[in-house]
Write a protein that binds this ligand. Structure first.
Ligand code: ZN
Ligand code: ZN
Length: 109
């Protein structure tokens, strides 16, 4: 399994603590940030996470609305080069950087 081309970059996105979320937010039906009800075209899939929720290890599937996702995504675009070995080496070869930028561009539309 290659790491560079995996879409796992979204797991780097900072989310609210799962303990603070409702069941519908944990299941991805509502935005993890603003609790807006999500529909296919407005939802951004933030990739499943594994966390201890109220002491119980569990898998949750956060999704966010486009508006809420854009802000932490842009923050990640900013900090990424500082935490990425590939970007230090040659940023033009970094799949994560490319994926982050592509998504940010899509969300801005
Ligand atoms: Zn939202
Ligand atoms: Zn990078």
């Amino acid at each position: 399994m290659s790491t560079a081309t995996q879409p796992g970059f979204l797991t780097l996105l900072e989310l609210p603590a799962p303990e603070t979320l409702t069941a519908t937010q944990l299941g991805g039906a509502h935005c993890v940030w603003c609790a807006t009800e999500l529909h296919g075209d407005t939802a951004v899939d933030l990739e499943p996470r594994h966390d201890h929720i109220k002491g119980v290890p569990g898998r949750w599937c956060p999704r966010g609305c486009r508006r809420c996702t854009l802000k932490p995504l842009l923050a990640l675009v900013q900090v990424h080069p500082g935490i990425c070995e590939q970007c230090t080496d040659d940023a033009s070869l970094c799949e994560t950087r490319r994926a982050l930028r592509t998504l940010a561009r899509e969300l801005r539309r």
